[in-house]
Write a protein that binds this ligand. Structure first.
Ligand code: SF4
Ligand code: SF4
Ligand code: SF4
Length: 803
């Protein structure tokens, strides 16, 4: 049925007619008007509506392109060599093409989240109805991203449909601009990238709001339960059912079946990637124990399969290896796909009986099945796992090589180096092979944590040595000890928490939010995350986790045997560690910043994106870290942060995204804003000095985080705290004082207390500042004034007398 616009239909004398009310287009906006909610200038913005804001950001943060390849092969005119900024046959130049490539990645990521959002919303509306209320905890501002972008204040699942309609329509328009012969200017591709990123956070928000409301997930709960995580947590003596992916919709049926049939103690249900996080959030809001365990991130997928431990694998969508079926087949593990995005060529068994499917898969008539009916899935997956466990045991399936075989395989190595060349992290495989000849397998064990299990070394080896299997076999003891705890995803930051902490964040006395998000393509193993989070938590930053990073953080324990989730409380307060949830919960991180503007600063939210973004840019000290960013979704999440002025650092592999957004701190005119009190220009500190950049090591990253939490609105105490951390971290990790520390000093009270005198001397001696030594005051030198009542803004129309 087509959508019914608003209006009146009169129907008389009808009997036995069932009327289903579907979507009423524009109803939510109409309601906003009726309720007197003031909607800002850009509800449901099209591609160009926020272009001016983007141009302001891009004037300060210049795109820096690092092409992976000089050619474009988008159309049959090509391929075209764009090297030396030559134009292709269509007239596009290298810069514009690189920006187009970035846009493609960003909207691919946004579409993955939006596709997820639409799927789960549709599923939950089917189960709970359009009128099911959104309930995410003690908040009035339920959907900050959605409201700021669309102007819609959704109250029910049905309201979210209109939000998804908007996101999908915009993504289609953006995808159309990738086509040959469309946009030709890099800067407008850049604006479109930011638009795509913004849409991504709306799509993610819809997904999480819907599932939190319907699936009993924690609702802004700092006491969300701790969940077992790690390959070592899995009891392989029981039947093991492993779920991989991101969309928990069908998995809830599996969990219900296990619960209803009292199978919880008789089998292991565990997950990989974000589905794992969402499985452990399911039905835990009333204190119920999590019903599943977490194996880990994407980097554990192939390792888990190769271990031979799973008896059945269920996949849904996103970040699932394309070779799951082939790898599983080798070890007689049936694979069930549950989502049209991944079907692996399997026969659709959705309409067949559970008994028939179990029979066919357990007798290996087929290697797996596509099951889109979740009731059937709910029964098939656990029952099949129980059956397969016995069958596979009787078959005596051997997954990993024996110790003797390890030695033999090591001896086959001809030290050609092909594996190391192909390994994304150039891991020292040859040395491990050499030592393996003498039965020393410790070097393989060393590789285990650093290896992201991509399988490229196996493919490269001319001697067909199963290198990954050797690493895993040598690490069995380590793997048995891989047992950590992750706090289940708690969802949004609540309105009361924002009221309590907002002032500290804006003044800088809580030095900032460090959001550690994204995938597991780390340059140097998983422990880096632990080191970074612990260092920043000790310094009273609020550390917020999500997705694969949230999982890996739970894998390490301190000397007292505690994970960071046990060591630090998880309220939205300085020095607290929060796990918001799976990837789609990233929307709560940007949502938190929007909430500070809306709740603490009373800025209007609805359709008022630019003002909100401007507020965040100037006042909220926050930096995102995607240390292991690998996916297109990580690119879209980062771009959504960027449009709100939140900078993001990616690990070294992030340079493969091909472009960064970097400011020029030495160009003074770039670091000026208006004072909204009178429209005059005021200089601001060059922080954040980038919107998207790469760090090579955590030593480089840590001082970078502290520095880029500095904001114009810091009061003296806040600036002093932030500067102290910046200087200390620089000393500790880089071995020297930062060169630019003095540029953030407005007056003597900005200086770290313990070192004030010493620093005043340096300011006088090295920078020629005038000091009143009697009163220990700075008389001249700073380029910025300290004025707590200043109203920094990038947007002229927000200045007094401008509109
Ligand atoms: S899209 Fe343009 S630049 Fe790319 S291959 Fe076609 S003609 Fe060449
Ligand atoms: S599987 Fe591990 S060791 Fe092999 S190439 Fe990939 S990261 Fe390197
Ligand atoms: S590719 Fe194979 S043979 Fe060559 S160094 Fe690596 S393990 Fe040895």
């Amino acid at each position: 049925m087509s959508d019914i616009p608003t209006g009146h239909i009169s129907i008389e004398e009808l009997e036995n007619v069932q009327i289903t009310i579907g979507k009423i287009v524009g109803a939510v906006e109409k309601k906003a008007k009726e309720e007197g909610v003031e909607v800002g200038p850009t509800p449901k913005p099209g591609i160009s509506a926020l272009r001016e804001w983007d141009y302001k950001l891009l004037a300060r943060y210049h795109p820096v392109y690092t092409p992976v390849c000089d050619q474009c092969c988008y159309c049959t005119f090509g391929k075209c060599d764009l090297g030396g900024n030559k134009e292709g046959a269509c007239g596009i130049n290298m810069e514009a093409h690189q920006a187009r490539e970035t846009l493609l990645r960003v909207i691919t990521g946004a579409a993955a989240h939006a596709g997820h959002g639409r799927h789960i919303l549709h599923h939950l509306i089917h189960l709970y109805g359009r009128d099911k209320l959104i309930d995410v905890g003690p908040s009035n501002l339920l959907a900050p991203n959605t409201q700021a972008v669309t102007g819609i204040n959704p109250e029910t699942l049905g309201d979210l449909e209109e939000v998804m309609d908007y996101v999908e329509e915009q993504l289609t328009q953006l995808l159309a601009t990738i086509h040959a012969g469309q946009e030709g200017a890099a800067i407008d591709f850049e604006s479109k990238i930011l638009h795509g990123g913004m849409l991504d956070h709306v799509g993610m928000e819809v997904s999480d709001l819907a599932q939190i409301s319907c699936l009993g997930m924690p609702k802004s709960d700092p006491e969300a339960p701790l969940v077992e995580i790690g390959m070592g947590c899995i009891d392989s003596s029981k039947p093991v059912l492993v779920v991989i992916g991101h969309n928990v919709a069908g998995v809830t049926n599996i969990m219900d079946y296990i619960h209803e049939h009292d199978l919880g103690d008789k089998m292991e249900l565990a997950g990989l990637c974000c589905t794992a996080i969402d499985m452990t959030r399911y039905q835990t809001d009333q204190g119920q124990k999590p019903q599943a365990k977490i194996i880990g991130t994407l980097a554990k997928e192939l390792k888990m399969i190769r271990s031979g431990v799973p008896d059945v694998i269920v996949v849904d969508e996103q970040c699932v290896r394309a070779d799951v079926l082939d790898e599983a087949k080798k070890l007689s593990i049936p694979v069930i796909t549950t989502n049209e995005k991944i079907m692996y060529g399997l026969r659709n068994r959705s309409k067949d009986s559970a008994a028939d499917i179990i029979e066919d898969l357990s007798t290996f008539k087929e290697p797996g099945a596509l099951i889109l009916d979740f009731d059937v899935l709910g029964e098939v997956a656990p029952e099949l796992a129980i059956k397969m466990s016995k069958i596979r045991e009787e078959m005596g399936i051997k997954a990993l090589p024996s110790e003797e075989e390890l030695q033999e395989l090591s001896a086959k190595c001809v030290q050609c180096g092909a594996c190391e060349m192909d390994c994304p992290d150039n891991l020292p495989i040859m040395a491990a092979m050499k030592a393996g000849v003498d039965k020393d397998f410790s070097k393989f064990e060393y590789l285990h944590d650093k290896c992201i299990a991509c399988g490229r070394c196996d493919q490269a080896c001319p001697k067909d040595i199963p290198i990954l299997n050797m690493i895993e076999k040598s690490s069995q003891k380590l793997i048995r000890e891989e047992k950590g705890l992750m706090r289940a995803g708690r969802g949004q930051i609540s309105d009361p928490e924002i009221r309590e902490e907002g002032v500290n964040l804006v003044m800088g006395t809580t030095p900032g939010i460090i959001a550690m998000v994204g995938c597991s393509n780390y340059p140097n193993g998983t422990k880096d995350l632990y080191l970074v989070a612990d260092e920043m938590l000790k310094r009273n930053y609020i550390v917020v986790m999500s997705g694969c990073s949230a999982m890996d953080l739970g894998m390490y324990k301190n000397e007292d045997g505690q994970t960071l989730y046990e060591k630090y409380p998880s309220k939205f307060l300085a020095g607290n560690l929060i796990n918001v949830g799976s990837c789609v919960s990233n929307s709560h991180i940007t949502g938190t910043a929007i909430k500070v503007a809306a709740i603490f600063a009373q800025r209007k939210v609805s359709g008022n994106y630019e003002e909100i973004a401007d507020y965040i840019t100037n006042r909220i000290g926050a930096v995102g870290v995607a240390w292991g960013a690998y996916s297109q979704k990580a690119a879209s999440i980062a771009s959504g942060c960027n449009r709100l002025g939140i900078p993001v650092v990616v690990g070294p592999h992030g340079s493969k995204y091909r472009r960064a957004l970097i400011g020029k701190p030495y160009q003074e005119e770039d670091w000026k804003v208006y004072d909204a009190r009178d429209g005059s220009e005021m200089p601001i500190p060059a922080s954040p000095e980038f919107l998207l950049t790469t760090a090579e090591s955590i030593e480089e990253l840590l001082p970078m985080l502290a520095k880029n939490c500095i904001r114009p609105s810091d009061n003296n105490m806040g600036r002093m705290i932030k500067l102290t951390h910046y200087m200390e971290l620089s000393q500790k990790y880089l071995g020297h004082m930062p060169e630019d520390w003095y540029k953030f000093v407005r007056m003597e009270t900005d200086l770290p207390l313990a070192k004030r005198e010493e620093l005043l001397k340096i300011l006088e001696k090295d920078h020629g500042w005038e000091i009143d030594w009697k009163r220990k005051k700075i008389l001249s030198g700073p380029t910025m004034k300290s004025d707590v009542s200043a109203q920094p803004t990038n947007v002229k129309r927000l200045c007094k007398g401008e509109c």
